[in-house]
Each structure stands twice: as structure tokens, then as C-alpha cells.
Write a protein that binds this ligand. Sequence first.
Ligand SMILES: *[C@@H]1O[C@H](CO)[C@@H](O)[C@H](O)[C@H]1NC(C)=O
Length: 139
Amino acid sequence: ADPRGHNFCAEGPKCGENSECKNWNTKATCECKSGYISVQGDSAYCEDIDECAAKMHYCHANTVCVNLPGLYRCDCVPGYIRVDDFSCTEHDECGSGQHNCDENAICTNTVQGHSCTCKPGYVGNGTICRAEFHHHHHH
Ligand SMILES: *[C@@H]1O[C@H](CO)[C@@H](O)[C@H](O)[C@H]1NC(C)=O
């Protein structure tokens, strides 16, 4: 016998466009693709999950959930700027210079404001960053 087994998927059953064929030892089955759910218990026929309506999403601060085929997106409320895939903020404090980061820090907008992180090679709390070699004098 063929050690790889018989490919039942090659001969059917036919899975719908949102469904994938899985080959087993004795048969083939259909499984819904990620983000899709079976219609009336038949995994050959799957429909898109509306993650937004089902509250199966992680959109938070200042975003609007937008359902897409197989997935969803968090759009910023108009006038807001993106912080990450799931949140947006009202003010671009980093871009507008309204931040207190050290010149050797990286500014990152956050939902509440912004954060400052010292660049590689610098140490400190972000408001004050020193080149790493100064740090060794403290030891
Ligand atoms: C960082 O340290 C300085 C000096 O100790 C302090 O004035 C400043 O408030 C600190 N910033 C943060 C974000 O903790």
C-alpha cells in the first residue's frame, strides 16, 4: 500500500469555497476555514463570522470594528490616529512634539498619551536617557 495513504480529497467530497478538505486514513472531511462557521452543521458550507456583531473582536479605544471576509479590522474613529491594530488615540503627541521624551528616546503614541523608551545604547526612564557607558560609573 502507498505509505502516504490514499488522497480522498482528490476525489471529493467537494468542499465549499470557505471550507477546506482534510484527508484522513479512511475518508475526507470538510472543515471551515479560520473566521468561517458551518451553516446548519455542514462544514462543506461555511459562512463568514461577523466578528463585530458577535463581539468576537478586540477593537477598543477610539475604533470602529469593520467585518471582512474571514476576519475583521479596527478602523480609527475619524480624526484619530493609530496606536496599534486595535486602538487609536486623539492626539499625535509624538508627531506634534507635545512630548517630554529625551532626544535619545523613542516616542510612542498610546491611548492615554505617549510613552518614551530610551534608544538602544541608552539607559534611563525615557524622560532622561544617558549613553550606556555613563551607567557603568555607578557600579
Ligand atoms: C525620570 O527621571 C527623572 C529624574 O529622576 C524624573 O524627573 C522624571 O519624572 C522621570 N520620568 C518618568 C517617566 O518616570
